[in-house]
Every structure is written in C-alpha cells, then in structure tokens.
Design a protein around this ligand. Structure first.
Ligand code: ATP
Length: 337
C-alpha cells in the first residue's frame, strides 16, 4: 500500500505474505491480553525479513498467526493474513492443511518439542517427503543441513541428538517440501554461538537455493540485520519500523529501534535480558490509545499519549512515530561487530 505523502504506487506484484492490521487477544485467567494491536507486515517471494523486538512484543503470536497456529486461548479480533493471496483465517480445514504442507515451513526455538519422541528421524522425515522416499533420499535431505553421518541420524530418536543436531533435523523437515515461506521463531536462541552461526548459514543458504522467503523472529537486531534484507521492529504488538536492514540498524528512525540498536545482545552478555531503555514493555488489554512506546520514550510529547501513530514513509522505511524526521539519532556504535 502506498503510504501518505510518498506518492509511491503499490507494487503490482502481490506479496507472498501480507499481514494487515492484525489484532490478536489472549484470554487467560479472566484477563485479556492484546498481543497484536494492528500488526502489519508484507514479505515478497524469496525475501528475507527479520522481525525483532523485546520479549512480549508479539513476535511469536505474529509467526503463529501466519500458519493459523495460534493456541486455543488466542482470538483473532481483526485484520487479515494472506499467504500467496489466500486468506489464511478464512480457509476451510483441508485447504489450510494443504497450504501449510505445500507453502509453509516452520521452525521453533525448541526443536525437540517439534519432533515426535516415539519415531525415528527417518520415519518423521518420510511423513513430509512421502512414503516412497528411500534411504538415499532421506540421507540427502539430512546432508543438506550439513549433518554428518546422515544415515545414522535417520535411525536415531530425537532424544539421541544434541540441540544443534535436532535443530538441523527440524530445519531439514521444514525445508523438505520446498516451502515458499519459512517462519523461524528464535530457532537458534538455545544454541551456543558457533553452532548458532552454522545453523544460520544452513537455513539462509538452503532458502536462497530454493527461493524460499524467510521471516526470522528474534531478539537480536544486529544478528538479524546481518542476515536479512529487511528488518521489521515490533513494539506493543505493532511493527513500528520496517525497512532495509542496514539502514534500520545504522540509522534507526524510531526511538525504540534506536534504543534496541544501542543495546545489542553482544553487550548484554550471554543469557542476559535486554533492557534497551528504562521501564518495561506494556501488557496491553485493548488497543493502545496512543503510541505504546510513549511512556518509555525520551522524545514523547503530549500527542504521543493520545493519538495512535500511523505509518509514515521516511528514508525507505515505514515508521510509526509522530516525531519521525525530527529526531536526531546518532549512529549506534559497536552493533555491527
Ligand atoms: N498463551 C498465552 N496466554 C496469554 N498471554 C499470552 C500467551 N502467549 C503470549 N501471550 C502474551 O501476548 C503478548 C505477546 O507475546 P508473544 O509471545 O507473541 O511475544 P514475543 O515477542 O514472541 O515474546 P518472546 O520473545 O518472549 O517469545 C505478551 O504480553 C504475552 O504475555
């Protein structure tokens, strides 16, 4: 969609993934939590988009909504999700299953949880590839994720694999059917640094070879910006800045992105919680009346508390900030290391 003031026409080509104004609530213990508060994201075929934000910003909810895999306590209150033009929340069950099987791959932080503990890896892979996949075909899929001894891995049960191996298996399964879109929800968060880089190499090179688009959900802005062409920054259930990765990282336009860039995890130390700015992210119970970041924002003015910002296009990005363009952010240091 063209954004006010830019005069740019929408691309005639339909995006592969188009999330618009998505609103999702969870109902827990008689309380409502608004996890997505009109989140929008669009991903072209073959594109790589990193979605970053603090814990609770809505990344996992957005990722799950792409496959209509929200838990029963979640309710889509509004908005749409389209994959290759198909409205995911309107599809009949059989069409939805086919869409997931043929177009979508998903990987999660805990690979063992996504594998069946009672079945050997080869048998699980065969469920994706079809019963006719012989040992050689199974091994070739496991080789593609750079697993050594693929035949032995095919004979193993999930609990016999290390975390890094299990994650490679989960990736092999997610990529086996040649999906058009891979949604990866922090799949490397539990891995040590070296294994993490190896797994990232595997995913991004497999996806590039297959023309698979990636939506990579992560806390780590700098790591995501190194791998993805575009970065979408989430806060309070909305995408607050969305643009080319290098620009978003080095010349953030939203005050929250600037804070996130300054607090690269490399500085926080392993396992540390990121605390980009004083205060905590909001837990919304309904629509945010203004900008959800305003209470923590050093640049907030009165308007920010009462008026919801709409996307403004600046410098190649879409930014949700009333003061965009006025704010002089210096280049964050050390984040590209
Ligand atoms: N099953 C659930 N029941 C109730 N509230 C939930 C549930 N899952 C998520 N939420 C709430 O929805 C909001 C968004 O959570 P979500 O997990 O999507 O964010 P996230 O950015 O992925 O966080 P994390 O990085 O910690 O996974 C948070 O306020 C969270 O507490």
């Amino acid at each position: 969609m063209s954004v006010a003031g830019t005069g740019k026409e929408p691309s005639p080509q339909e995006p592969l993934l188009d999330v618009r104004g998505l609103v999702v609530d969870y109902a827990a213990n008689g309380r409502r939590v608004r996890a997505l508060d009109e989140a929008s994201l669009s991903v072209p075929a073959g594109g790589t988009v990193g979605v970053v934000g603090e814990s609770g910003s809505g990344k996992s909810t957005l990722g799950a909504a792409v496959g209509r895999l929200l838990p029963p306590s979640a309710e889509r209150v509004g908005g749409t999700v389209r994959v290759a033009g198909a409205p995911v929340f309107e599809l009949a069950p059989a069409t939805l299953r086919r869409m997931r099987r043929e177009r979508l791959g998903m990987v999660f932080q805990d690979p063992v949880a996504s594998l069946d503990p009672t079945k050997r890896i080869g048998a699980q892979l065969r469920l994706v590839l079809g019963r006719r996949a012989d040992k050689r075909v199974l091994a070739s899929h496991l080789e593609r994720v750079r697993l050594r001894d693929p035949r032995e891995v095919a004979r193993a049960y999930p609990h016999q694999l290390s975390g890094g191996m299990a994650q490679r298996v989960a990736i092999a399964m997610a990529m086996a059917a040649g999906p058009e879109l891979l949604v990866a929800d922090e799949p490397t968060a539990a891995l040590d640094a070296q294994v993490r880089e190896e797994v990232l190499d595997v995913v991004f090179s497999l996806a590039a070879d297959a023309g698979t688009a990636i939506v990579w959900l992560s806390h780590d802005l700098a790591a995501v910006a190194r791998r993805c062409a575009r970065v979408a920054v989430m806060y309070g259930g909305r995408v607050v800045e969305d643009g080319p990765a290098g620009q978003v990282l080095t010349r953030p336009a939203h005050p929250y992105t600037a804070a996130l860039a300054r607090s690269a995890p490399a500085r926080a130390g392993h396992g540390a919680r990121l605390e980009p700015v004083p205060g905590r992210p909001p837990t919304l119970t309904g629509p945010s009346p203004g900008c959800a970041f305003a209470p923590r924002c050093a640049f907030a003015v009165e308007r920010c508390d009462r008026e919801r910002p709409e996307p403004v296009r600046v410098d190649g990005r879409d930014v949700l900030c009333h003061r965009v363009g006025e704010l002089p952010f210096t280049e964050p240091e050390e984040v590209t290391a």
